[in-house]
Design a protein around this ligand. Structure first.
Ligand code: PDD
Length: 282
C-alpha cells in the first residue's frame, strides 16, 4: 500500500510522523474517507467541500486548493495495485511542543493512504445487521469530521460487544446518528432522517440517498426523529461511504418491522448501485 505524507508518496510501512504531531497528542485534526470504485473516486468534490467545512470548524487553513487535492488523490489511487479503494485523508495541525493553544508558523501534517474497499455482499445486505441504542455522549460539533473519535470508538465497540454492527445514538430523546454512519428510518412508506445539525455529520452517502429519493419519487422528510418513532419504524438503515446502505433488522434485540430488510432498503440499494455505476462510467 502506498501512502502520501507531506508531499511524498512512499510505502505505508515507511510513513513516519513525529510523536509531537498534534494529531497524536491532542487528536487535533480532521479527516475524510472517500470510496473509490474501479479507480474512480466517488463524490470527491463533495468530500473536499466537507473537508473545508471541517478545517474551518477547527480554524486550520486548508494546506491545498481543490486542484492540488484532486491530483494528490488521483496519484494515490493510481499508485495502488487494487482498483476498489477506501482513501483515508487526514490533516492535523502539525508538529509542535505540547501546548493546547495553536502553535504559530507550523505546517499542517497531510497524510493519505488507500486500503482495499470491500463493500457488503448481496448476502450481507439481504441478511441485514443488528444495532443497539445509547445516549449520544459527544460534543456539540459533530458536523466537524474530527480525528478525535474516542466517543465514536467507544460507541462502536459497545455494538461489537453486543454482537451488533452499530450503535444508534439518541440525544434528548431524538435520533442523531450511528457511531460511524447516518441513520434513516421508514414508516408507512415515508423515508425520514434527522436534518443536518451540529449534532451529526452530514454524510456524503446521506446526501446521495436523499437525492435519489427526490429523483425517484420516494417520499422523504428531513427533520427530528424521536426515540419512539425510531423504535416504531418499519425499516431502519445505516448509511456510510464504506457500508453504503445497510438494513438494520434488530434494534436492542427487538425486530425492526418484520425483522428482515424492508422493500425500501432494497429499492434504495438498487438505485444507489445504479447511480454509482453511472457515475463510474461517465
Ligand atoms: N465515517 N456519521 C459519522 C459519525 C461517520 O463517521 C460517518 C462516516 C458518517 C457517514 O458519512 P459518509 O456517508 O460521508 O461516509 C456519518 C467514515 C466512513 C469513517 O469514519 O470511517
Amino acid at each position: 500500500m502506498i501512502a502520501y505524507l507531506d508531499g511524498v508518496f512512499l510505502p505505508l510501512s515507511d510513513a513516519r510522523v513525529s510523536v509531537l504531531d498534534r494529531g497524536f497528542v491532542f487528536g487535533d485534526g480532521v479527516y475524510e474517507v472517500v470510496p473509490v470504485y474501479s479507480r474512480r473516486p466517488f463524490r470527491l468534490d463533495e468530500h473536499l467541500r466537507r473537508l473545508q467545512h471541517s478545517l474551518d470548524g477547527i480554524r486550520l487553513a486548508n494546506p491545498h486548493g481543490v486542484e492540488v487535492w484532486r491530483s494528490i488523490v488521483g496519484e494515490l489511487i493510481a499508485r495502488q495495485d487494487f482498483a476498489d479503494q477506501s482513501v483515508y485523508l487526514q490533516v492535523t495541525r502539525g508538529v509542535a511542543p505540547r501546548d493546547h493553544a495553536f502553535p504559530r508558523g507550523v505546517a499542517p501534517t497531510v497524510f493519505l493512504y488507500a486500503q482495499p474497499l470491500i463493500p457488503a455482499t448481496a448476502e450481507q445486505k439481504a441478511a441485514g445487521v443488528c444495532a443497539i441504542t445509547a445516549p449520544d455522549p459527544r460534543w456539540q460539533h459533530c458536523d466537524i469530521k474530527a480525528i478525535s473519535l474516542l466517543a465514536n470508538v467507544l460507541m462502536r465497540q459497545r455494538a461489537v460487544d453486543a454482537g451488533c454492527a452499530e450503535t444508534v445514538m439518541l440525544r434528548d430523546g431524538l435520533l442523531t446518528e450511528g457511531a460511524a454512519s447516518n441513520i434513516f428510518v421508514v414508516k408507512d412508506g415515508l423515508l425520514r432522517t434527522p436534518a443536518p445539525s451540529p449534532h451529526m455529520l452530514t454524510g456524503i452517502t446521506y446526501d446521495v440517498v436523499l437525492e435519489l429519493a427526490a429523483a425517484h419519487g420516494i417520499p422523504a422528510r428531513v427533520g427530528d426523529v424521536t426515540e419512539a418513532e425510531l423504535r416504531a419504524a418499519d425499516e431502519v438503515w445505516m448509511t456510510s461511504s464504506t457500508k453504503e446502505i445497510m438494513p438494520v433488522i434488530q434494534l436492542d434485540g427487538v425486530p425492526v418491522g418484520g425483522g428482515v430488510p424492508g422493500p425500501l432498503a432494497r429499492q434504495m440499494d438498487a438505485l444507489y448501485q445504479q447511480f454509482k455505476h453511472a457515475v463510474m462510467r461517465a
